[in-house]
Design a protein around this ligand. Sequence first.
Ligand SMILES: *Cc1c(COP(=O)(O)O)cnc(C)c1O
Length: 242
Amino acid sequence: MSANVTGTDLRARLAGVRENIEEARKRSGRAGEDVRVLVATKYYAPEQLSALAEAGVGLVGENRAEDLVEKQELFGDKFEWHFIGHLQRRKAKVVVPRVSLVHSVDSVRLIEEISNRAPVGGAEILVQVNVADEESKYGVSEGEVEELLEAAAKTEGKVLARGFMTLAPLVEDPEDVRPVFAKLRTIRDSLRESWSPHFDLSELSMGMSGDYEVAVEEGATVVRIGRMLIEEDGPVRRHDGS
Ligand SMILES: *Cc1c(COP(=O)(O)O)cnc(C)c1O
């Protein structure tokens, strides 16, 4: 898949995504809450990111450490950068100082490594939860979540947990993954208060091109959008009353 849409095209597509998010928020009674749109940069060659900047994209997420470095060399100051791919411990050194949030933290050892590489003020992370317990997916099981929060708490402010991320299974009908998103929200809600002395666990990074509206209905605070911005037919308006 290649991204050769223009800035103008992207702007229109993003506007469609934001409208759909707005509708989803209204449907679920979350109208007052903020939902951020993160654009996944893995589909773009470094020089193509200028189209995203042109389209007014503010937040991007990269999957690979090497690509992050290369893209930041060109556009480091144009976006807020998150890391959304699987993070190997030996890459933490490169990635952690370059991003404001790592979405994909899934082991105690990785937390310890991030702690060693954290900038002044701490490194913000999300715990990736494999809600659907898919063999093929990274992320911890529900039962392991607290162990990671405890490891983060031990770093005394170097690793700051901000919430949770999940990758839902790919399905034809996004309604099929609603329970996955609802589950992640339940996990957060059950831990939020008891962990509030340590962490503000408010963030839920969930929803991608195929299922972001359902994710927003279930409480997403960040959706990660990729394919939809570059595919031939663009965002589908599913909720225009037709
Ligand atoms: C690629 C990617 C996305 C975007 O997925 P699309 O289906 O292309 O919208 C979101 N999250 C992660 C972790 C990704 O790797």
